[in-house]
Design a protein around this ligand. Structure first.
Ligand SMILES: Nc1ncnc2c1ncn2[C@@H]1O[C@H](COP(=O)(O)OP(=O)(O)OP(=O)(O)O)[C@@H](O)[C@H]1O
Length: 270
């Protein structure tokens, strides 16, 4: 088995002791280095709670979390955060700099990265998310999708080993979303970057390496997209699976099992 980037064992978390139910209950899963893991589940399933736990913003009531082999605790979280970045759904809460480039540079200043290295990394990160032309703009004046891209650049500039995205693409238009997903996939391979992406977008989940399905604070399933989408009929299926089911329903020829979008195109062309 490849090295693990995330190893979560029996994690339970409750926001308030007075509450009756746990936000997460006995959650266990692993993510290998250099893989893309999507976390899906209905509203309130515990996805954002899981993201907050993984970065040490909150501490589990029970269980252990290991990031890159290091047990996460009050002390180690600061070291872990040097190599693990998180982007939240609402980028407004994440801006600190007066210009886009200042904002992206902020995390690097905290890490004492030399000035010339810093300029290089800021340029590279802004280019990656397609926002280099806005480097001197005021971040508060950007559109929602542009703000999300700058927030992603801020984390990419830190060159993390682990990137956690909590609905970080929701404000992007479909084309920007596709482009950014493709770019991150490339970085995943080039830098052995591990990505954990919380998403409601089934097409995005379908393109990841593995999917974790959370249901009311429990892990309902952890498997490949192929297994999950061909077996879990309750889930909103990605486009390629909906098309496959529709063809079967109409009595047309269709693949016997789930195909990704590109595999479906290939199948239709053959
Ligand atoms: N700050 C908080 N204080 C108390 N309870 C909370 C808090 N944040 C979340 N919860 C509760 O914890 C549970 C899990 O919430 P969480 O936000 O992790 O779900 P989610 O899967 O991210 O949902 P969504 O898809 O709506 O973002 C829910 O029952 C929610 O009401």
């Amino acid at each position: 088995m490849k090295d693990l980037m995330i190893d979560v064992e029996n994690v339970t978390f409750r926001y308030d002791r007075r509450e009756q139910t746990d936000a997460l209950s006995s959650v266990s899963f692993k993510a290998e280095k250099g893989k893309w893991l999507s976390v899906i589940g209905n509203n309130g399933a515990g996805k954002s709670t899981l993201a907050a736990l993984l970065i040490g913003l909150i501490q589990p009531s029970q269980g252990t979390i290991r990031i890159n082999g290091v047990a996460l605790d009050e002390e180690s979280k600061w070291t872990i955060r040097r190599s693990a970045g998180i982007v939240f759904q609402n980028p407004d809460n994440q801006f600190i700099g007066a210009t886009v480039q200042d904002d992206v540079a902020f995390g690097l200043e905290n890490l004492n990265v030399p000035a010339d290295q810093m300029r290089l990394r800021v340029t590279e990160a802004l280019e990656t998310v397609g926002m280099l032309n806005y480097r001197t703009a005021d971040p508060t004046q950007l559109s929602g999708g542009q703000k999300q891209r700058v927030a992603i650049a801020g984390v990419l500039a830190l060159r993390p080993d682990l990137l956690i995205l909590d609905e970080a693409f929701v404000m992007l238009d479909p084309r920007s979303r596709r482009e950014l997903l493709a770019t991150l996939k490339r970085l995943k391979t080039e830098r052995d970057l591990t990505i954990l992406s919380i998403t409601h977008d089934m097409n995005e989940a379908a393109a990841s390496d593995r999917i974790l399905v959370l249901k009311q604070g429990h892990v309902a399933r952890s498997d490949t997209p192929a297994h999950i989408f061909s077996e879990e009929t309750e889930l909103a299926a990605p486009f390629s699976e909906r098309l496959r089911r529709l063809l079967l329903k109409k009595g047309r020829r269709a693949p016997e099992s789930y195909r990704t979008e590109s595999e479906m195109v290939q199948w239709l062309c053959d």
